[in-house]
Design a protein around this ligand. Sequence first.
Ligand code: AMP
Ligand code: MG
Length: 412
Amino acid sequence: MLSVAEARQRILTHFQPTATEIVPLIASANRALAKNIQATHDLPLFDNSSMDGFAVRAEDTHAALLTLSVVADIPAGSTPQVTLAPGQAARIMTGAPMPNGANAVIPVEDTDFDSRSAGTTAPQTVSFSKKVNVGEYVRPRGMDLRAGEIVLDSGRRLTAQDLGLLASLGIAQVEVHKKPRVALLSSGNELIPVDQPLESGKIYDSNTYMLTTLIQNAGAETLHLGTAKDTRESVAELLEKAVAEKADLILSSAGVSVGAFDFIKEVIELQGKMDFWRVNMRPGKPLAFGEYRGISFIGLPGNPVSAFVGFQVFVREALKKLSGASDGSRLGSGDAARSNVKVRCAEEITSDGRESYLRAILREENGVFSASLSGQQGSSNLLSLTQANALLIIPAGVKCVPAGQEVQAIFL
Ligand code: AMP
Ligand code: MG
């Protein structure tokens, strides 16, 4: 049976970044940049005040107590028309351009001007006893960055703060990779959509809702194919929909095990091929990978926890590669499994020797994460998954981890 690492490797080599498109800035969040972004101008664009106060000539302030005449009022968004002569100051607001001749700002708090509420007009004169140095409370042009600088690298998944920076550079459109489109199907005669009445022997389809959310959090789009019945015809019909939709990936859950009604593998092989269909892991052994009419196919197990773990371990990485995001790039705001960290087991943990992903609760104690299992570890048990904040990874070949030993964990 394939190891998790081999299976992941085999899956990942099949995926290449999607084509690129130019989108309005607001639509680029969480998508991967297709090109480096070069600053089109300096930031800030002009010398401006970092405080509400008075623009002055620093050399004028070196007397003990000083009164300057206020010759202009410069709100943010205006263009100053004056050049300060010796003995002159201008009232200035935060973000307003510095007038010619001025080289420092005295905050209003450090002056005798005490009407500081909105709507007050500038005084005739202003007095202060503090000496200021050249450049104080001035944000000089180009202080943050210079025109021509590369500010964001290609492959970066754009964050909220990145969008802020791009907007401040006046970049209204961005070239990003297309969102990967995932054709999702569940399978099984027993499945009922959540808004329908239950019938005897049936269960609610939970995977569709869980997987749709995981797909969205990974920055991809879901095309819902629906639920296949346990017949060859029904499976084939849904797979054809994925082909018609030109999906980037077909993702199914259930029907890839060794049950008498697990037809998915067989139908895939009629018009495609299976690369593998079992992985040496727990939960999640019946995990299939192949291709159907030119579209990559990943078949997750049916049990909800197995499907979740299979997604975290294989599908997320595949979607990241499809999305054009570079390796170091974060996986997006809603992304669940963000980091691999070392944690300490608070209790002895046993495993069956397959690479195991166990639901655990991490607690931080003196800067160290201590992990205890979050309850039942059966592959259908979603409650303990909702209670977990991490998956502990017990390596293949290890059957017992004593309390106090460190293991790798995926944060949820
Ligand atoms: P299978 O791989 O088809 O044998 O399914 C394994 C187990 O997962 C069975 O108990 C199924 O009822 C269950 N299962 C399959 N699909 C879903 C689903 N979409 N939501 C919840 N449970 C499912
Ligand atoms: Mg089934």
